[in-house]
Design a protein around this ligand. Structure first.
Ligand code: FAS
Ligand code: PHB
Length: 393
């Protein structure tokens, strides 16, 4: 592990790993500092839907081969409401664009494999990482491994350490502004080695709560049900989960459900969150370290990738062309796209979930949202173009 590098990347999730690979491809040294073990990082089950822009960037980074072989191109999805199914024709409505179903775990695995092959230093088990002297020309990062205290000198620090990371916390409170909305429910997710209800995703609105039928492959299904925010995984047996999922799906879809033992089950809280700006001196935030969206719009991972698209271009311009215009514009550029995805994720979440305290007015507004969507090509086009991902620029 070198004592000095160009970019110290804190966090070995998709954002940090993709940045490391893009910088390596541009001949720029970097080091990834990851708190957890690789097995732990790869044991997480998270996002499942990749926007076209994400697919394109992963190919550009040289990690698209397995995704192209195993990923499932989806041309549309269904919205279930009052027992009906509204098909959203992504390809037809969003100018031929589609999404690819390929799990974040697989994206992360592909990135790790490519970085190992490239010999990019990745430190797992990096404890007590502390970015320091961020507003000077000589920032550095201290951390601890089993070999003892370490110090990494660098030109820049990329804060890719997720919502619970340390990089955002390293910004003085009077230099950062937080925007947040916490939803009064969570998503209970279940993974099972069974064929899915159908080959396209189903987003279901129901008086009992939201449900989502997704997949990772034709023999690996991923399901979610909205659950009370205080619930624990141990409160939900597989049987209770499947009973609730079936109760929230239209009969035709429910009849297709094949119940299998859960191989993963977890509850994710839902929030909308943005930290502004995404830069402090020589620290640049990217991905969940800077923003969180409710997973309804399948934007979290894709936003992390678009941040890295902007940040990698800016860092390459700095080191290769001695140009800092992109670096100086990074926060504003990234936030412009982040807020559009925050809006879409909030809107789709507000429409599809059961809000107990909304009273009659909130439920009537949800009904009107769906009726307008079902009757308007313009409304469906707006939904489709946001779902496939707005242009990076
Ligand atoms: P990540 O959180 O993935 O990675 C950050 C990395 O930094 C982690 O490996 C962490 O161990 C490490 N780290 C943290 N603190 C550190 C420290 N102090 N020092 C060193 N390393 C540190 N998005 C969707 O689109 N669809 C979904 O269904 C979906 N489900 C999700 C479920 C859960 C439980 C969570 C938490 C997120 C989910 N997301 C989903 C969003 C998710 O996919 C994120 O958007 C994505 O992981 C963002 O990637 P990163 O920004 O790299 O952050
Ligand atoms: C998933 O497959 O995990 C998934 C798909 C679509 C979403 C959220 C999660 O909106």
């Amino acid at each position: 592990m070198p004592r000095r590098t160009r970019v110290a990347i804190v966090g070995g999730g998709p954002a940090g790993l993709l940045l490391a690979l893009l910088l390596y491809r541009a001949g720029i040294d970097c080091v990834v500092l990851e708190r957890r073990s690789r097995d732990h990082v790869l044991s997480r089950i998270r996002a499942g839907v990749l926007e076209q822009g994400t697919v394109d960037l992963l190919r550009l980074a040289g990690v698209g081969a397995r995704m192209d072989r195993e990923g499932l191109v989806h041309e549309g999805f269904d919205i279930a409401w009052r027992g009906e199914m509204l098909h959203v024709d992504l390809r037809g409505l969003a100018g031929g664009k589609t999404v690819t179903v390929y799990g974040q775990t697989e994206v992360t695995r592909d990135l790790y494999d490519a970085l190992d092959a490239a010999g990019v230093p990745i430190v797992h088990g990096a404890e007590d990482v502390q970015p320091q002297d961020l507003t000077t020309e000589t920032p550095f990062v201290t951390f601890r491994t089993e070999d003892g205290e370490r110090r990494l000198e660098c030109d820049f620090v990329a804060g890719c350490d997720g919502f619970h990371g340390v990089c955002r916390q390293a910004i003085p409170a009077d230099q950062i502004r937080i925007f947040e909305r916490v939803y009064p429910f969570g998503w209970l997710g279940l993974l099972t080695r069974m064929p899915p209800v159908q080959d396209e995703l189903i987003y279901a609105h129901h008086s009992r709560g939201f449900a989502l039928c997704s997949l990772r492959s034709p023999l690996l299904s991923r399901y979610y049900v909205q659950c009370p925010v205080g619930d624990r995984v141990e409160d939900w047996s597989d049987e209770r989960f499947y009973d609730e999922l079936q109760a929230r799906l239209p009969e035709r879809a429910a009849a297709q459900l094949q119940r299998g033992p859960s191989i993963e089950k977890s509850i994710a809280p839902l929030r909308s969150f943005v930290a502004e700006p995404m830069r402090h001196g020589r620290l640049f935030l990217a991905g969940d370290a800077a923003h969180i969206v409710p997973p309804t719009g399948a934007k979290g991972l894709n936003l992390a990738v678009s941040d890295i698209h902007f940040l990698s271009q800016a860092l390459i311009a700095h080191f290769k062309e001695h140009e800092d215009g992109l670096l100086d514009a990074y926060s504003a550029t990234a936030l412009a796209r982040v807020w559009k995805a925050e809006r879409f994720s909030w809107w789709f979440t507000s429409m599809m979930h059961r809000f107990e305290d909304d009273g009659g007015f909130g439920q009537r507004i949800q009904e009107a949202e769906f009726d307008y969507l079902a009757g308007s090509r313009a409304a469906q086009t707006a939904l489709a173009e946001n779902y496939v991902g707005l242009p990076h620029l």
